[in-house]
Ligand binder design. Sequence first.
Ligand SMILES: Nc1ncnc2c1ncn2[C@@H]1O[C@H](COP(=O)(O)OP(=O)(O)OP(=O)(O)O)[C@@H](O)[C@H]1O
Ligand SMILES: [Mg+2]
Length: 456
Amino acid sequence: MMAHSELTPREIVAELDNYIIGQSEAKRTVAIALRNRWRRQQVPDELQDEILPSNIILMGPTGVGKTEIARRLARLVDAPFVKVEATKFTEVGYVGRDVESMIRDLADRAIRLVRQEHEERVQDRARELARERVLNVIMPPPPVNAVDADNGHTETPEPAESTTRTRFRERLKDGRLANREIEIEVQSDHSSPMLQVFGPMGMEEMGVNIQDMLGNFGGKQRKKRRLKISEAEELLTKEEALKLIDLDHVTQEAIKRVEDSGIVFIDEIDKVASRSSKGTGGPDVSREGVQRDLLPLVEGATVTTKHGMIKTDHILFIASGAFHVAKPSDLIPEMQGRFPIRVEMHSLTEEDFYRILTQPRNALLKQYRALLEAENVTLNFTDDAVKMIAKTAAMVNADVENIGARRLHTIMTTLLEELLFESDGSCPKTVNMDASDVELYLGSIARNRDLSQYIL
Ligand SMILES: Nc1ncnc2c1ncn2[C@@H]1O[C@H](COP(=O)(O)OP(=O)(O)OP(=O)(O)O)[C@@H](O)[C@H]1O
Ligand SMILES: [Mg+2]
């Protein structure tokens, strides 16, 4: 984690480049904001309060990577991340509903994130212990003088373990017994979701979880299950890992993680911005109300969650919206002040689409290739074919509606529909698509506006 917070802006941009095409200003801006947060944390306390956080407003049409940039940024630095829609707080029944819930969600994410990290750290040890437990089932240890893996050193030198047991251990390790079935005892707290308890409204707002108050009753039973050894090992490894980690420690670290590196993405902020025609009441009031509700969090407040108190001073807020009608200057002045950084994201071009299809680590073409690989189908596109796909996407965006890179998804599924349907793993084959194939599958649809409205 420490290493991450020290990523320089340049390094952050380079990492984002692996996933997001173009939008270099936005990348630079989020990189600076992230680094500024870290810089601000290094400043003495008195001065810290004087330095405004570098919250950002991302402006731009739909599907150009606003959410994606924020999400990738968070993942890059293992920051807890939540995305909320500002408009959700204007909905009937939601008005006044505490915006603080987003911080609670953030805390939950952080707990999961940190817990996973801790589990990974004890993974090897947990697997060893799990294997011993499996071994004890298939080859119970001698009843007297049972030697525990941990505290095995009694006065007499370890009783020589039976060679069969050693041999079985080797085989377990090699995975040679993976498919054999055994019966094991596991904790059956997986059954407790059935027992969800809904508290009275308001309890949740106070960060109180009834479920926790009632304790995990009925949760910690042990239950016998018949499983393949490979599955048993997985399950027991999880169990052992949980025993090895210190949950209090996890909670503390998670709270710190939220406070120091949490990122809240507030979508559709433009929808709660409106130059209020003063005194008319109605929707404008509730829009402005949402901003007023959000303000304290952005300014720095303390929120009670079931994991503990969380200070929001250093949480990074990234707001986003199309801003077709409203402008950032339509936000209430206090909000404008707290979101000092504005950056515009650009519409994507045909050339961008070509790169989005091929370059990102998770590029769409790679995804479909991998999906079909599972059916023993090797899918190749010629360069011309990719260009044709990009061109079609740009065309449909221009003709029907500009939904940005999302268009590539609809186009790809249409293009590959037949192949995706017909492939069943039975006959390994190689499919080569060139420009004329793309034209064959998409051309007539794309040129027919009525048709592409529905299909592409
Ligand atoms: N510049 C880009 N590079 C790579 N992929 C992109 C880019 N822009 C968008 N995408 C892809 O398009 C999809 C939609 O992008 P995203 O969710 O970021 O849109 P958005 O800008 O947040 O739109 P909205 O305003 O509708 O929320 C994602 O799957 C994302 O991977
Ligand atoms: Mg979005």
